[in-house]
Design a protein around this ligand. Sequence first.
Ligand SMILES: [Zn+2]
Length: 117
Amino acid sequence: MPCTTYATLEKRKQWKSYGMWSKKYPEKHKIATKKYREKVKYEAYCVYSNPPRCKKCGINDLDVLAIDHINNDGHERRKDFKSHSSFYKNITKYKPNDLQLLCMNCNYKKHRNGGIL
Ligand SMILES: [Zn+2]
């Protein structure tokens, strides 16, 4: 049996097992999922600033930081991803240089200023 097929079968077994676990312990699953999403997002933020902070004002509160599309094409680009996690994982993997880390205030001010930071 080729390695890839074996690996796929192993992965399916793991997912089946995880699916059973998550149904048995829905609260633990919810917490684990939240932790995983936060980890993926944090790793993506670190691509642009480590530790993560707003490029404009320097605030480092993770609750108000967000990825900004420098060319203001975020609406179109987000359609390429089925979830926030897949978007963040793509950032960590490919490190696109047309994104930046801004806080919500600076992002809004950029929007109010015609897309110019
Ligand atoms: Zn800011």
